[in-house]
Design a protein around this ligand. Structure first.
Ligand SMILES: Cc1cc2nc3c(=O)[nH]c(=O)nc-3n(C[C@H](O)[C@H](O)[C@H](O)COP(=O)(O)O)c2cc1C
Length: 356
């Protein structure tokens, strides 16, 4: 199956089927501490932040979704207009389709709709292993991106029938790219999370989008795309494989300071929790895809405004009047997430007794 058809399948299955993880991202296991005395007016709250040197009005981005087909072109255009209107960052989806067929470049060219935003290029590790740095640099420049996100998606590649499972040499290629490219390079997962062991190996990079378990499951997408019983069985078994978003933020933060937290981020309170746990900003894919798909852009803007309202409400109720202030708040962990993090050697008092 060709890449454009596969990209359209991903969009179709993400919208028409329940491809969300059954396991939790862990947000319910994190309690922020209520402040009965915020000592500020709601209107004083500032949500601006910066990521990789670029200013954004809100601490979240539109994570990588698509490119490479006619349907994708329309989606990218709407997402770009939305991102520019609200001044948030955005990533295009994997540019693999563009490598295979240069005529698909237009489906990724969104700078005309979003001249000012922080824009990420997106390529898979399996692709960069087989490409030279010059070609990668031209792919980034051709869409006017500010940074490159290399997706690490071994789960997806091993489950999809046409998957590319040649990951050997990936670490070395990332090192060479980082040394050679003149722009920031980050890695991103696609829904299975990043561990502290992997983060340690990748600490020379400019950041990581952890994209943990708890949101869109690519195993679930592959379950619906499966053509035979073995593929279906395996995709079902690995539906929730990986590290949930909350522990993955904390594991990755041990070695990488700039973190984009995605995977099941669904409201403004989740965004606030990501920042308290150490993320620089949050990222959302599926919610933005369904907000723009076959709907007027005003509805997507309303969705975004609702999330900002939820974030500002959380900030007011925790007494944080800025994003930096939010990052210094305490949090208490419970249940499965607490058990997991303690077993992994984290002293959670660093969170629960912050500022005490
Ligand atoms: C339809 C769809 C297509 C995606 N395509 C890409 C992609 O091309 N490259 C990539 O790095 N991530 C891709 N992702 C993964 C997202 O960027 C994100 O990491 C993941 O969906 C978790 O976020 P969510 O729970 O908010 O959806 C895709 C996600 C969706 C829903």
């Amino acid at each position: 199956m060709g890449t454009p058809q596969r990209k359209d399948d991903h969009i179709r299955f993400a919208l028409e089927n329940d491809v969300q993880c059954r396991a939790s991202a862990g947000f319910d296991d994190v309690t922020l501490i209520h402040s009965s005395l915020p000592e500020m007016d709601l209107e004083d709250i500032r949500t601006e932040t910066s990521l990789l040197g670029k200013k954004m009005d809100y601490p979240f981005i539109i994570s990588a979704i698509t490119g490479g087909s006619e349907r994708a072109e329309g989606i990218n255009k709407d997402l770009a207009i939305l991102a520019e209107r609200h001044n948030i960052g955005m990533s295009v989806g994997s540019q693999r389709a563009m490598i295979e067929n240069e005529s698909l470049r237009g489906t990724y060219e969104i700078r005309k709709y979003a001249p000012d935003i922080l824009l990420f290029s997106n390529l898979g590790l399996a692709q960069i292993i087989g490409m030279d740095n010059g070609s990668i640099s031209s792919l980034i420049d051709s869409i006017g991106a500010d940074a490159l996100a290399v997706h690490l998606n071994p789960l997806q590649e091993v489950l999809q029938p046409e998957g590319d499972t040649t990951f050997k040499g990936g670490l070395q290629r990332l090192r060479e790219l980082k040394d050679d490219l003149g722009c920031p390079v980050i890695v991103k997962e696609t829904g299975a999370g990043i561990s502290m062991e992997v983060a340690r190996l990748l600490s020379f990079l400019d950041g990581a989008e952890i994209s943990g378990v708890g949101g869109t499951s690519f195993a679930a997408v592959e379950y619906y795309r499966a053509k035979n019983a073995l593929q279906k069985h395996t995709a079902n078994l690995f539906w929730d494989w990986g590290i949930p978003t909350v522990p993955s933020i904390i594991e990755t933060k041990k070695h990488i300071s700039t973190i984009i937290a995605s995977g099941g981020v669904r409201n403004g309170m989740h965004i606030a929790k990501c920042l308290v746990l150490g993320a620089s900003c949050a990222g959302l894919a599926q919610p933005f895809l369904s907000a723009v798909y076959n709907r007027p852009l005003t509805q997507a803007s309303e969705y975004l405004d609702r999330m900002v309202h939820e974030l500002r409400t959380t900030m007011f109720l925790t007494g944080a009047d800025s994003v930096d202030e939010l990052k210094s708040l305490p949090a208490v962990f419970h249940g499965r997430t607490r058990e997991y993090l303690e077993e992994r050697g984290f002293d959670l008092k660093q969170f629960s007794q912050r500022g005490v």
